[in-house]
Ligand binder design. Structure first.
Ligand code: FBP
Length: 550
């Protein structure tokens, strides 16, 4: 913990996050009201077979006190995957919630993500540590990591480590992959009859861990507000200097929720939504032609400037690239590929093995992008899209096309560009009031699930567009969100990602306005996150949440 505290940090440390009424009144000792048995969203037979001990659990909600839940628990927590604003408040909420069950409850933080659990690296929390991190951004209290928990040896170590420490509950704070880990670990612990409850918590700035029951993953609110501020500032600059086209890549490994939310907030001239690209089967060439046509139109109106938002995961949604990347993933999972030492050997191997159409797609990309596509997958088998410079690729290709049009006298404007990538700028920002409250409530709810003796659940807080005291706390069975997907060349049970729905209200609002935003300058400037001041500014939800749930 840094000892250099800024005035804002100082002021923020005394912010008291709001809780759903039931938890504010009764603490974490609340009765779990159970609904009907549940089903997984797809591949039901396969998921039931893989998770016989945790499949079909009911949804639970908390509204009444349960004094008999008041007993001490020893719980471990890990932060898993990419950072997201509010992680520290989840831990603070969990800590405070456990202490309402008993002052003797203990909370341990396993260090560096899932690997800390396996390697038994941990620290014990106390009031002083927790108080120092309340309402701060980052995951630095215990760090994070992307190790995948999947082998029996890993699970056995986790169970042995927890037993030795007296820990009977684990809270895994993570995205879809990490909550998949939680689901698998919960099932394994039950099968082994181990005394270990496992609870997940929905984190990711990407906003793609949501469904009928999980209205939002935490961190999306703060991160998009940070990016919205930055995009707004760039648009003001573009509109002042009137000489650059800014291509802005935005994080979001797969779904385009971040790009869509930022577009709704800032009204850029062009925003790509990957899900639409996939639905319309657009080629890279078509995307480039559309952007070039807009540059040309605006140039004719004397506007040689503008903004283009590019979702980080775009490349995997362009059909010809998607097929090529799927083949590439299979080739790269091959042992032989991993014995090849040089990029040239790898390129040659790939060019020989890919289907002709995929070879063509691969070779249509500049060498830098080809090499970026060959970089290691993350431990969950995902392409590390944050390292693929799609914004530069588009600038390159749009520039080439405009040069061609210029030669053919079809275009006479100027195309000067700047590229940006906003991702890390927002992942550790101090949580907005919404995320501070939501995360604290999620952590506190996780303590309630532990108190109610539940396992295989994700902490859930619903009704998020209403005031916090009206939020509904509860738990959603992890198996309910599972389906089978192809990973590392195999069908694996994973939590289904929520992509942008093209018939959903957020996309429809974007689609209704984008032509106007393209031609005119309707830039909106959201400004920085406000932590203090009028509620209509400080407690603003995301446009996505307002439209989906408002
Ligand atoms: P999670 O899904 O783990 O929350 O991570 C989200 C994310 O921020 C993506 O938007 C991004 O592609 C990725 O993490 C980058 O992670 P890393 O810095 O580990 O490559």
């Amino acid at each position: 913990m840094s000892t250099d505290i800024s005035p804002l940090q100082e002021a923020r440390s005394s912010y008291s996050p709001k809780l759903p009424l039931a938890l504010a009144e009764h603490g974490a000792a609340v009765r779990a009201a159970e609904g009907s048995p549940t089903q997984s969203i797809a591949n039901r037979d396969a998921i039931r077979t893989l998770f016989p001990n945790t499949y079909g659990l009911p949804v639970v909600t908390f509204s009444e006190a349960e004094p008999s839940a008041k007993k001490a628990h020893s719980v471990g927590v890990i932060l898993s995957g990419g950072q997201a604003p509010g992680g520290h408040n989840v831990i603070a909420g969990l800590y405070d919630g456990l202490k309402t069950l008993s002052r003797d409850s203990m909370l341990y933080g396993f260090l560096g993500g899932p690997s800390g659990l396996v390697d038994n690296q941990y620290m014990a929390f106390d009031d002083a540590i927790i108080n120092a991190y309340r309402n701060t951004g980052g995951f630095d209290i215990i760090g994070s990591g992307r190790t995948k928990l999947e082998t029996t040896a890993q699970f056995d170590k986790v169970i042995a480590n927890c037993k030795a420490l007296g820990v009977t509950g684990i809270v895994i704070v993570g995205g879809d992959d990490s909550n998949t880990n939680a689901c698998v670990l919960a099932e394994y612990a039950r099968r082994q009859r181990a005394d270990l409850q496992v609870i997940g918590c929905p984190k990711t700035i990407d906003g793609d861990l949501k469904n009928d029951w999980i209205e939002a993953s935490f961190g999306f609110d703060t991160a998009t507000k940070v990016y919205g501020e930055l995009i707004g500032n760039i648009q003001r600059d573009a509109n002042s200097a009137k000489k650059y086209w800014h291509f802005i890549k935005l994080m979001g490994r797969s779904a385009s929720h971040i790009a869509l939310e930022c577009a709704l907030r800032t009204h850029p001239n062009y925003a790509i939504i990957s899900e639409e690209v996939a639905a319309q089967g657009k080629t890279l060439r078509q995307i480039v032609q559309e952007i070039a046509a807009l540059v040309q139109q605006r140039a004719e109106a004397g506007r040689n400037f503008g903004t283009v938002l590019v979702p980080e995961g775009l490349i995997e949604f362009i059909p010809e690239m998607k097929r090529m990347i799927a083949e590439l993933n299979e080739l790269m999972a091959d042992e032989y590929f991993n014995t090849l030492n040089t990029d040239d050997d790898k390129l040659q191997y790939i060019a020989n093995k890919l289907d002709p159409a995929s070879v063509q797609a691969f070779l249509s990309l500049p060498g830098t992008i080809q090499r970026q596509l060959m970089m290691d997958r993350d431990p969950h088998g995902n392409v590390q899209v944050s390292r693929i410079e799609t914004e530069k690729l588009l600038i390159d290709l749009v520039g080439d096309l405009l040069r061609e049009w210029k030669q053919r006298k079809r275009y006479s404007g100027k195309f000067s560009s700047q590229n940006h990538f906003f991702g890390y700028e927002g992942r550790c920002a101090a949580p907005s009031n919404f995320d501070a409250d939501y995360c604290y409530s999620l952590g506190f709810t996780a303590a309630s699930l532990i108190g109610a003796n539940k396992t295989g659940y994700v902490s859930s807080v619903r009704g998020l567009t209403r005031p916090a005291k009206e939020w509904i706390a509860g738990g959603i069975p992890l198996t309910m969100m599972m389906n089978l997907e192809r990973r590392h060349g195999d069908d694996k049970p994973v939590i289904k990602k929520a992509l942008v729905e093209l018939d959903g209200k957020p996309f429809r609002e974007f689609a209704e306005n984008r032509l106007r935003w393209a031609r005119e300058d309707c830039f909106a400037y959201p400004g920085p996150i406000q932590y203090f001041g009028p509620s209509e500014v400080c407690d603003l939800a995301t446009r996505t949440l307002e439209l989906e749930r408002g």
